[in-house]
Structures are given as structure tokens and as C-alpha cells.
Design a protein. Sequence first.
Length: 496
Amino acid sequence: MRTLVTGASGYIGGRLVPELLDAGHRVRCMARDPAVLRDHPWADRVEPVRADVTDPDTLTAALRDVDVAYYLVHTMASGSRFERTDRDAARAFGERARAAGVRRIVYLGGLTPAGVPDHALSPHLRSRAEVGRILLDSGVPTTVLRAAVIIGSGSASFEMLRYLTERLPVMVTPSWVSTRVQPIAVRDVLRYLVGSARMPDDVNRAFDIAGPDIMTYREMMTRYAAVAGLPHRLILPVPMLSPGLSSHWIGLVTPVPRTIARPLAESLRHEVVRQDDDITRYVTDPPGHPLPFDTALTLALRRVREADVVTRWSSAATPGVPSDPLPTDPDWAGGSLYTDRRETAVDASSAELWRVVEGIGGDNGWYSFPLAWAVRGWLDRLVGGVGLSRGRRDAARLRAGDSLDFWRVEAIEPGRLLRLRAEMRLPGLAWLEMTVDRTDDGRTRYRQRALFHPHGLLGHLYWWSVSPFHALVFGGMVRNIARTAERGQLRAGVDG
């Protein structure tokens, strides 16, 4: 079949694509910027298409000649209007899919509690349920898969569980740690998604999907500690800690920003347990599946420790952050463009210098004034931004579209260029560009540009207020990146 995967740059979409290819399907990948897909190992096996579910006119070409369309997008982090945005996008997608003759839509939604009216649900769960209903009513046979907590390396739910348990041997927790949930391994989610493509045409309904274990969030943390080999955790529930307050707490302790932590926390107010296992009538469970919770944890932890995380919750573009590409015209007509340029010759090979450049951020830091970077990250978290704690997907390798602390990789040319786009809260757009090349006399050269396009007077004031620190921050980066490459070259020579 020809399948369309929306959200192909996201956590589930990026893992679903190779599963569909391995199952023999032809895959079309939809993204607002197809360039973010080019560095995935499966990129040369798919058909990329530029489209956006919030722009219905772009969907017609994306859905043309498609048999099965996977709807894997949501906008829960985009602000207070996300429910309307999700509603309008789902309605438009369903209408265009019906007009294009799509045979089936497959949607991954959230498991909702039994007997709880919509108005009592968290906005996140309420919106997920509404999107499912809209697609079921679209006139296209639809499979809605409803999952609770997804356990897999890099998932937001797993990262939240992991960091809370690992960083806090004693923790004061909100009352929702006593709510029963039924988590599911990401491998089983992908298996059900792939299997749903071949459902009979008369199937148009929702299915609950879950693993075999029902437990409270407190039990999940306790079992995580046991699987990870950590000492016993002391967990003290505090009833007055609301989901809103606990989302701030989660944002401080884990890489998951408050805009995503809040809907996750609010979703745990109600019990989310599977009500039926009808999915097995259409997608047979192989022996040992669905995976037990401890097995899912073990597999996820192995991926993390082996630095083999395929996608992360931050793989998808973060809603509400700047997404404009760097203006390439030096006489750009879009307005002011402030630039800080620096360069230096480096006594190291181009390969060694590139190794340092590509390894920037995460645990390696930013090679200058760590306190200033840390303070900027904390300030960003306080105003609802992503901060520095997202880290890296891979400790050594980057690809287009990767999140990197409070930046995102906009462009990468291995061995030569790395361009990052800022996703911190700013009164304007910002980029950081690092280039490796050679001087006229054949020496390795490192060049660095920081660019800022201000929005309004506040943007201009911001640039001039931080300009006095550029010599310390950006100048320090140039010097320390060069020194790190030179030390690496020296060590390589000694070892050789």
C-alpha cells in the first residue's frame, strides 16, 4: 500500500516509517519542512512531501493516491488555543482525505477514563478524544488507537519517569502518583499502528491499546528504580500539589518543558486503564506481547545507555517557537539583521575540528562561560521555554531537525557547516552558525556567526543589552573550540 505518515519528524512518526517500509509499504512522509527528514537512515527510501495540517490547501497533493494515512500530529504545546487548532486541523484532514479517496485513516490518540464526561477531562485528553471523533465521522474508515503512558527511549513519558526517579531519591509528589495507569511499550504501539493498515473497510472505531501491567505512577517510579539498579526511592504524596504546580516541578527536574509537562500531569488525574482488547481481533499479539512494563523499561534503558535513541519527544518541531529559515541574501530585505562574526586558525585537522563542532552542547557544553549559558537556560525555563535541559539525541552525531539544548539543527553539512536555530524565548529570531574550512595558506580555519533578527523595539533593545557580553561568550567559544580541537589533535598524535 501507499501510506502517508504525518508528523514523520516526530517521536512516533520517525519510528513508524521504517516499520512500514519493512512491512513492504510505500511510504510518503509529510513535514512542514522536508529538509528535516534528509538525515534519517530511511530518507532515501521514502517520498517526502511538504504540507501542514493547519494549511488545508497543502493537503491535497500530500493525500493524492494514498491508501492509508497516519495522523500523528497534535499541538498541545502551542498555547491556550491548541484545542481549536487540533479541531480545525483534524476536520480539514478528514475532508481532504475523503476527497482524495483515502481507504483508511489511522490515528494515535489518548486513552480516556471510563465514565468521565468530556468537560471533566484534562484539555489534552479532551482534545485527543475530539480529534478521534472528528476523524471517525469524516466519511473515511478510521482506526483510532488510544494509548496511555508510552514507554520507550526518548518518549516524553519515559523521560519524565526516568529523570524524576533518578534525580530525586526523596520526592514530594502530587496526588496523581496514586492514580492507576496502564502503560504500553513503544514497540507494541508501532506494531498496532502497522497492523491497523490492513483492517477491513467496514471497521470504523476506536481501540484501547495497553501493556499487561496496571499500576500507579508511584509503582512505576519504584519499579523503574529497581530495573535501573537505584536505591529505594521515598515518595511522599502531597494532595494540594495541583497539576499546574507539579508541571513547574517537573519542568525543573526533567528535560520536559512545562508546556508539555502540564498536559501529561493533567492526564494523570483520572484512571486510564484499557476497557477492552478488541484490537487483537485484527492485529494478533505474537508470543510475549504486549511487553511487560519491566521489559519495556529494560529495553528503553539499554537504548539510552548505548546512545542508540532513534527519536526523542523533542524530535518534532516545538510549536510556538521560531521556525523561519536563515535569510541567505546578504542584503536581506526583511529588516535589521544583527551579526557577530568571529574566526581563527586552528592547529588541528579539519576532521578533528569538526568532531568538536558536531559534539557541541549537551554534556559537552558550549565551550564558554558555563554560568552564563546555565543562567540563560534557567531564565528560558522560567518563562515557559525549553531551556538547556533537552540535551542531545546522540552524544556524537547530529542530523537536520535534531533538538540541541535550546537550539534546533536547521542545517548540517558534515565536515563543513552546522547551523542552529534558537528555540529559546526571544524578541526575535536567532541563529548560530559554525563553519570549518581552510585559510589561503592551507591551515584549518574555524568561523562562527551569531545572527539576530529583532522583532520590534524590544528586539533591538535585547540585542544591544547583550552585545557587551558577546566578546566573553562568543569570543570564548571560538578560543575554546579551537583549543579543544588542538588538544584532541595532540592526543591523537601521541596515541599514534
